[in-house]
Design a protein around this ligand. Structure first.
Ligand code: MN
Length: 258
């Protein structure tokens, strides 16, 4: 009896130790496997695996001015968000978007997003659109108070821009379906009221020029996406607000701040 009982306890402990580990394939050499981030592609059964999220800063003149800089003299600059910051918005669905911690001034930024499908560095602008294979509408959600506060202290603004769910995005629309985006309306509404409204043709640096500049700093690769910058009139949202974002040729995305 004692021996049986001891044997049972021993195997329970062994089983407990085993099930305490996260799910993983037997024999895997990965200690804690991390799920990949994917964006569905409209009209396709295939998904786009996200490698890196790049963002362009101050790419509309009026927005650059509202952020306190001179748009005429600045080359484009870039920052990144973590790949798993993606929050997908399917067509016809209002997603719940969590209000993040540590901010009292949480801002929307509606942006065109370009997806890269080809590896390259030092890409000439004239060839750059060959690297953009799909587009989406996205929100570069921003803890503005933290971004400004860190900037004022000449510290990295990472905590203002790079956090969970900060990269809201529609599914990807292949270039074969939509063509490239050089013009067209881009707008954002909060609770049905228009807050941002501009035209993609007002971007200081086109998608082609963004790719050309960015590829001087980083080798681009399939899986990279680029948030192209936001027009003027960024502003705050609070829990309960419904954000609706539009770019001509892409389905509208809707997110409720919760
Ligand atoms: Mn932005």
């Amino acid at each position: 009896m004692d021996i049986t009982r001891r044997g049972f306890l021993a195997s329970s402990v062994a089983l407990g130790a085993c099930t305490a580990l996260p799910d993983r394939a037997a024999g895997s050499d990965v200690m804690f496997p991390v799920p990949a981030t994917y964006i569905p592609v409209v009209g396709s059964a295939q998904k786009f695996q996200v490698r890196r999220i790049y963002c362009v800063g101050r790419n509309y003149a009026a927005h650059a001015r509202e952020m306190g800089s001179d748009p005429t003299r600045e080359p484009p600059f870039f920052f990144q968000k973590p790949t798993d910051a993606i929050q997908l918005v399917p067509q016809g669905v209002t997603i719940d978007h969590p209000y993040p911690s540590m901010t009292k001034n949480y801002h929307y930024e509606v942006e065109l997003v370009a997806a890269i499908g080809k590896r390259g560095k030092n890409i000439p602008a004239a060839q750059a659109l060959d690297y953009a294979v799909a587009y989406a509408v996205g929100l570069d959600m921003t803890r503005r108070d933290l971004q400004r506060g860190m900037g004022d202290q000449k510290k990295p603004w990472e905590v203002g821009k790079s956090f969970d769910n900060s990269a809201v995005i529609s599914h990807l629309h292949p270039v074969a379906m939509t063509g490239h985006f050089t013009k067209g309306a881009i707008w954002l509404k909060v609770n049905g009221q228009t807050k941002q409204s501009a035209n993609l043709s007002q971007m200081i640096w086109s998608v082609a020029e963004q790719i050309a500049h960015l590829s001087q700093f980083y080798e681009l690769a399939p899986g990279d996406i680029i948030y192209s910058g936001t027009p003027e009139n960024v502003g705050p949202v609070v829990p309960g607000d419904i954000m609706e974002a539009h770019i001509d040729g892409i389905y509208d995305i809707r997110a409720k701040v919760v």
